[in-house]
Design a protein around this ligand. Structure first.
Ligand SMILES: Cc1cc2nc3c(=O)[nH]c(=O)nc-3n(C[C@H](O)[C@H](O)[C@H](O)COP(=O)(O)O)c2cc1C
Length: 435
């Protein structure tokens, strides 16, 4: 069996804006209903988790202007606010929301996580990112963002500080004895007295301890520093591999993470590696392939969106580059390192126009195109070969596409015994680590 999750790119945004089948995307923008419906569907399908992305800026790198981002609805409400609502309509689904270690003070984060873990009865997870945009850093009062590898070094210490705060409550500290009136046992609650190079916190936490003890930690950065951070701290890691897809690369990724985990004194089974995929489903394999070709052609023709996306990932304004010249050297970029480095490698010998069009030809770690049954078979065979732990669906979100995955693909996987038919445990982490 393998695990399934959904990466909600854009997070708490107007999902589906400008697309077909998006319901009343304008009228309902930033209402919770689509996310609530999605959470119940993912739980019906036996998914492990729904992960909400986030960022703290209105991006103005592309053309040096807010215009493109604003006209496309590239805004986000805080994903933490959705967590209790999604927790209320589900009983088993893990709910992960993104927090930046660079900007959240550890005490605020530790307390928020225990509060949300309590509200969801042990089903909260943090997707820990370091952030990449200078504009986001400036929103928190910095002149510019920290250098790439430094921010991961700081993130390790941040996690240590947050865990020290979570550990200020020993097991059994919460007494809740209504007869004696004793709420908590002071002999089992300690100061954290954490003093690091960048972070310090006294503790103890003043919130009730989390049902999971340490809520789930998820991580997505693919650079060597990012992978080390995930291997050291995460319970689930996301392998994007959009720039370098294929079964061999998936295998190499798992092997690399396992090796790094051992280096940090962990067992490779202590964390689940999930591969990003965008299955394209239809009533017949031929129809699914036609759909795929039409989608790829439309993506490749959308030059403006492709240039904007590379501007965001690299922090360099791609609008000023000559489309018919080789891709400029982006030396000194401080953005999404693994993605930008892989893009530059793939762009060698190509014009910028060709390189961005080629980038639109892959949409996940591996191509999955066909009927629910044929895609389910492919997913089983690939996971057997890769030795990974599962898949993370991403891409367009509307109710129709969610239903294709949860009520078409998931039952086809379940009939083959590839995904769970029920949840064995109460907490997110126990279900995640169960197989
Ligand atoms: C699937 C996925 C989800 C991510 N989600 C977020 C996010 O919500 N917020 C964010 O600031 N960065 C997000 N990132 C960015 C990563 O945390 C990281 O900064 C980026 O991948 C660059 O990492 P690297 O420099 O280690 O390659 C995400 C990346 C991936 C691949």
């Amino acid at each position: 069996m393998f695990h399934m999750g959904w990466f909600v790119g854009g997070g708490y945004t107007a999902q589906g804006w400008g697309g077909k089948w998006s319901g009343n995307a304008g009228r309902d923008a930033f209402k919770p209903d689509l996310f609530v419906d999605m959470a119940t569907s993912l739980e019906r399908a036996g998914f492990d988790y729904m992960m909400l992305e986030d960022a703290s800026l209105v991006n103005d790198v592309y053309k040096g202007s807010l215009e493109t981002t604003l006209s496309r609805g590239g805004l986000r409400n805080d994903p933490m606010t959705l967590v209790p609502l999604l927790g209320k309509v589900t009983k088993h689904l893990g709910i992960i929301a993104t927090a930046s270690t660079s900007f959240y003070p550890p005490y605020l984060a530790a307390r928020l996580a225990t509060s949300l873990d309590n509200l969801t009865d042990g089903r909260f997870g943090f997707n820990l990112v370091t952030g990449s945009a200078h504009a986001a850093a400036q929103n928190y009062g910095l002149d510019k963002h920290y250098e790439h590898d430094l921010r991961y070094e700081m993130a390790d210490e941040w996690v240590d500080c947050v865990k020290a705060l979570w550990d200020t409550w020993d097991p059994g500290a919460l007494v809740l004895d209504e007869e004696t009136g004793v709420f908590a046992d002071a002999s089992k609650v300690h100061y954290a007295d954490f003093k690091g190079r960048w972070y310090a916190s006294r503790g103890p936490l003043n919130s009730v301890p989390a049902p999971q003890g340490h809520p789930v930690i998820c991580q997505a950065g693919g650079s060597p520093a990012g992978r080390d951070f995930g291997a050291r701290n995460a319970d689930t890691l996301i392998a994007s591999l959009v720039e370098e897809p294929g079964v061999e690369n998936m295998k190499a990724y798992r092997a690399d993470i396992s090796e790094r985990m051992i280096k940090f004194g962990r067992k490779p089974t202590d964390a689940k590696v999930m591969y990003m995929v965008q299955p394209i489903l239809a009533d017949s394999d031929a129809e699914a392939r036609e759909k795929q070709q039409a989608m790829r052609a439309a993506d490749a023709a959308n030059t403006d969106a492709l240039l904007m996306s590379m501007s965001y990932f690299s922090g360099k304004d791609f609008s000023g580059f000559d489309l018919d010249a080789p891709v400029p050297d982006l030396d000194g970029h401080n953005g999404h390192k693994s993605l930008v480095d892989a893009f530059l490698k793939n762009a060698e010998g190509k014009t910028l126009r060709q390189a961005i069009a080629d980038r639109a030809q892959t949409a996940g770690s591996v191509e999955l195109v066909g009927t629910p049954d044929s895609v389910a078979v492919q997913m089983g065979e690939i996971m057997d070969e890769v030795g990974g732990d599962g898949y993370l669906i991403h891409g367009l979100i509307n109710r129709g596409r969610v239903t294709q995955m949860t009520d078409g693909l998931a039952p086809a996987l379940r009939r083959r015994g590839l995904i769970r038919s029920e949840y064995a445990y109460d907490t997110f982490k126990e279900n995640l680590l169960a197989f």
